[in-house]
Design a protein around this ligand. Structure first.
Ligand code: GDP
Ligand code: MG
Length: 337
């Protein structure tokens, strides 16, 4: 299985997965070629999904998407840290997963430079075997995606990556900086229109599962508190339909609601200047603001503890690891050309 080769460069990216004791690594599963063509790295994907003990398990797929250099890969690495901790701890407890303050943060390549790190879609090489609350064993898979709407990519390329990762995930985290804005909703509409066309399903099952708007560096806690409650209040004001709204805005909101089974929003505090600006920052928690850590401790289990795992379903059927390969192929075909 080929590793993603984007793990070179400066500062934080010198934290390799091995150097922090991780056995997995990022693997390119969808790549973007010249002229913005997409390619499925089928061998890489099969190497992850057809492992013994994994292939027959239903999958939980968590993806993080949004503009580039907004802390997506950084956050995903806390998902890895959480899942590893829970799998290795006695009774699969998550108690104390953030206690080690001096551990560097490894996993998907993340950093502060201006170069884009991730192109296309990457998957973490190690599926995490977890049990749902109902006792069912599932494989949790993590997806990192290319930044949407940055200078190097066309709108179509971004829409494709976002649509594909939304179609293939059970939880899509839409990572936004500082606030939700009308054009974030418009982008979302474009991305999901694209995906909805591809999944055209006659049943009344909503095409996608769970969407989390994750607002980073939220700075109005006096208007809406940090966390999910404040986030959902803010989101409510955004998705609200009102008779005075222009019809276009109403349709946009109805469309977004019709696409996802659940939509939430989480307001995340700023992690501190050490994280945002120090070129030597290696991800250790001792350099991160306390409030941010408190919210990591809330947010990550809210997505990944056993009560909250969402099994991937397509048209109402649970998807297994092995079955996922076929869906990838079908969806990639649709987006070709
Ligand atoms: P990605 O391109 O969205 O995957 O972004 P990265 O995860 O590579 O992070 C880009 C930079 O943002 C790194 O220097 C991180 O230290 C920093 N960073 C991570 N999380 C946050 C956050 O919540 N707020 C701010 N301001 N910076 C962050
Ligand atoms: Mg990244």
């Amino acid at each position: 299985m080929k590793r993603s080769s984007s793990n070179s460069g400066t500062s934080s990216s010198t934290v390799t997965p091995e150097s922090v004791g991780l056995s997995g690594y990022p693997v390119q599963i969808v790549s973007v070629g010249d002229e913005h063509s997409f390619q499925l790295e089928e061998q890489n994907l099969r190497a992850i999904l057809n492992k013994n003990g994994v292939k027959n398990k239903p999958v939980v797929i968590v993806s993080v998407a949004g503009a580039f250099r907004k802390g997506k890969s950084f956050l995903l690495n806390f998902f890895i840290r959480y899942l590893n901790y829970v799998m290795q701890s006695e009774n699969h407890s998550d108690y104390g997963w953030l206690d080690d303050e001096s551990m560097a943060l490894g996993g998907f390549s993340w950093r502060g430079g201006a170069e884009r790190e991730t192109t296309g879609i990457l998957m973490w090489s190690e599926p995490f075997l977890m049990r749902t609350e109902g006792g069912e064993e599932v494989a949790v898979l993590l997806l990192d995606t290319q930044g949407a709407f940055d200078n190097k990519s066309t709108v179509k390329e971004c829409a494709t990556i976002f649509a594909l990762s939304t179609m293939l995930s059970s939880i899509q985290v839409y990572n936004l900086h500082s606030n939700i804005q009308e054009n974030d909703l418009q982008h979302l509409q474009l991305f999901t229109e694209y995906g909805k066309l591809a999944t055209s399903d006659v049943s009344d099952v909503k095409p996608f599962q769970s969407l989390l708007f994750l607002v980073r560096d939220w700075s109005y806690p006096y208007d809406y508190e940090y966390g999910i409650e404040g986030g959902n209040q803010l989101l409510g004001t955004f998705l609200e339909l009102s008779p005075t709204q222009h019809e276009e805005l109403q349709l946009l909101r109805e469309h977004i609601r019709s696409c996802f089974e659940t939509i939430d929003c989480y307001l995340m505090p700023h992690p501190g200047l050490g994280v945002a600006t120090n070129p030597r920052f290696d991800g250790r928690l001792s350099d991160v603001e306390v409030l941010f850590k408190e919210h990591l401790a809330q947010l990550v289990p809210q997505l990944l503890n056993q009560e909250n795992l969402i099994i991937k379903e397509i048209s109402g059927n649970k998807v297994t690891a092995q079955g996922l390969v076929e869906y990838f192929k079908v969806y990639m075909e649709i987006f070709k050309g």
